[in-house]
Design a binder for this molecule. Structure first.
Ligand SMILES: Nc1ncnc2c1ncn2[C@@H]1O[C@H](COP(=O)(O)OP(=O)(O)OP(=O)(O)O)[C@@H](O)[C@H]1O
Ligand SMILES: [Mg+2]
Length: 211
């Protein structure tokens, strides 16, 4: 069998809970799946991404796999060009540390709240260390649940710059649609015109990562 190029691997990581790792992993994976076959690996024992996929009755445009099945799925019929890892709210687990050795990109979703930011120092140091060992690894914050034109989001951008980790210019807005998509086991891209604005903001995030 001819050698296939290694897949591009992206992880959604933040040891703080509830910042949008699973929501972004699912919806970004769906955006990537519009380009090429994509595998989403649920590394979290909570199994939220697997639950999301089950809720939709297998209609998601990408394969969603549990961690232990991941390697097998990679060599099975998916042959993914993109692998997206939905991480648990922890950065010290051996699985997460092992992952850092092979990723192309780490996105750290943060809520536009100083309390969330203060919790990020440990993770930033971990990522800086990983980047020192492997400069090809890229990492950035992405602000999730941003309010439109909010002074707080602008202030967050400024504050995040002091952390020594880039922050994506594109933000993900707070939209009830992300929650209703989860309820139906769907992604915002599957919601047609209703999901168009959300899909467009995710496209901007994908463009920033792939450029
Ligand atoms: N942009 C958004 N707009 C509105 N609601 C959102 C958005 N992003 C996430 N949420 C909601 O916020 C909650 C937490 O999101 P999610 O489960 O994706 O976070 P998480 O980081 O994966 O959490 P955990 O650390 O528990 O795995 C969920 O109820 C989700 O529907
Ligand atoms: Mg999660």
């Amino acid at each position: 069998m001819a050698d296939r190029p290694a897949p591009f691997q992206l992880a959604l990581l933040n040891h703080k809970g509830g910042t949008g790792k699973t929501t972004l992993a699912i919806n970004l994976a769906a955006g990537l799946a519009q380009r090429a076959p994509t595998l989403l690996v649920d590394l979290d024992a909570q199994g939220s991404a697997l639950q999301w996929a089950a809720q939709g009755g297998g209609k998601l445009p990408m394969r969603v796999s549990a961690a232990l099945e991941a390697e097998a799925a990679l060599v099975a019929d998916v042959h993914p060009a993109f692998v997206v890892w939905d991480c648990p709210p922890s950065s010290d687990q051996p699985q997460v540390l092992a992952l850092l050795a092979k990723l192309d990109w780490v996105l750290v979703p943060v809520l536009p709240s100083p309390v969330d930011l203060w919790a990020s120092w440990h993770l930033v140091r971990l990522l800086q260390q990983a980047r020192a060992n492997r400069p090809a690894l890229r990492a950035a914050f992405v602000i999730n649940q941003a309010e439109p034109d909010s002074a707080l989001t602008a202030a967050m951008h400024e504050a995040l710059h002091e952390f020594g980790l880039p922050v994506l210019q594109s933000v993900v807005r707070r939209r009830a649609l992300y929650r209703s998509a989860a309820l139906g086991g769907q992604t915002v891209q599957m919601l047609g015109r209703r999901g168009a604005a959300a899909a467009a903001e995710l496209e901007a995030v994908i463009e920033a990562i792939l450029k």
